[in-house]
Design a binder for this molecule. Sequence first.
Ligand code: G4P
Length: 530
Amino acid sequence: MGNYADEINRRRTFAIISHPDAGKTTLTEKFLLYGGAINLAGSVKGKATARHAVSDWMAIEKERGISVTSSVLQFEYDGFCINILDTPGHQDFSEDTYRTLMAADSAVMVIDASKGVEAQTRKLFKVCVMRKIPIFTFINKMDRDANDTFELLDDIEKELGIATCPVNWPIGSGKAFKGVYDRETKSVVTYSDTEKGTKEGHATVIPVSEQDMLLSYIGDEAKEKLTDEIDLLDGASAEFDLQKVRAGELTPVFFGSALTNFGVEIFLKHFLKMTTAPLPRKADVGLIDPVENEFSAFVFKIQANMNKAHRDRIAFMRICSGKYDSAMEVKHVQGAKVMKLSQPQQIMADERKILTEAYAGDIIGVFDPGVFSIGDTLCMPKEQFTYEGIPTFAPEHFARVRQVDTMKRKQFIKGITQIAQEGAIQIFQEFNTGMEEIIVGVVGVLQFDVLKYRLENEYNVEIRLENLPYEYIRWIENKDIDPDKLTGTSDMKKIKDLKGDPLLLFINQWSIGMTLERNEGLVLSEFGKN
Ligand code: G4P
């Protein structure tokens, strides 16, 4: 065991997920405030500016007013070293978000109390379930009129299929919001919006046994409702079970208001008690233990041109075991090369901090000269193993790409290949021809614009995109089937990926069914492997 066990065990790495506008940014800023990572002046007020600073690298994002990038924030709180993986909110960039979730040990789900579970949360949630990531729910905006509390919980249970266990319970909402009842201590933490933008701490805590005091704070009606609701809750809700929480089967639920800074620290404290230190990860040689094993990491995200001042590509990796030290040499398994990682850094807004050391649980960004791909493993030179790949999501939109100036073939191929390595797009070729015809597949149509913009701005190549009508892609699993001999439907298209594996494009589900029917034994899969 290394002498760095303590450092690793105090790490907590989680992603924040939400539907856009539920309050993810606001909540993250409040967390940072507790950690002292940013001061008050730079927090709430600086939000719009901070957002732009992070994403300035891509003007397209500004034009559309959405967040396409994501960053990693680290702060210290109560002896813990916390890594927050911020995820882009826009659905067109959800694939990036999915990958970010692969690097987290747990997820915080922010829900708008007046909206309940929304589309984006539902999608992200499926990934958490797939990976059995523990989920902690923060129901936000209680200072505004909220849906009925039981209905909110019901919504989570029905929509997401996970049991809920409220840790605290709101008393009213909107103008009538009085605070939360803490089920463990059986006391009420009172709300006051005068704490807006400051650290909480002035809230009054009233044990429910102090009936008169409670009555004078929350009033007769609210007190009666609370008593009824607690009775109901104690009888009906799932029992708290830490094992189930950690297995991703039960989500602890908290209520608060990130904007007015109510309930945030309560949440943070409970969350840190319930979540785990970095967990072992699956590799092809078995589980790699964060403490017992020496340095290893995997790349979960690649981002180009994060900042105009640095025209570079950054590979984000999650350290899965051991300690990283910037002087050491590591092996890039897929590239079969031993190298030093250059300029290891942590990225916060537009600031970059060069690191000299980091531990399992941490995320580092390193300069990528174009060698890394999503899912790649790094380990000690004497070792040889690879972490489980990150699934690629089936693209749902396809277009044929043509370069306007055919003389720029080289730049075009370089540009489109690099952008594909980053995972923003997937590229394919016609089945029986060479690279002449390139077909691009994306999960969200906005990525077509990003591709066009980036090829023009970063590689000086102008392209035309011709949309194709296909919506479904399937990999052929059988190795013994000759794609040339397949009898498909007239609207089916045969293509291949960069590894030369054959694929089929379909316009509708019906064609997929027909093709399976016409070719006995054919096995089609929705996911490619990287
Ligand atoms: P996101 O990252 O999930 O997209 O959400 P973000 O934090 O940007 O919050 C979206 C909007 O909701 C912001 O208002 C924010 O101030 C507001 N908000 C966040 N938490 C709360 C809360 O607890 N109560 C209330 N009442 N509002 C909250 P905005 O008008 O879009 O932006 P801004 O002008 O405030 O920056």
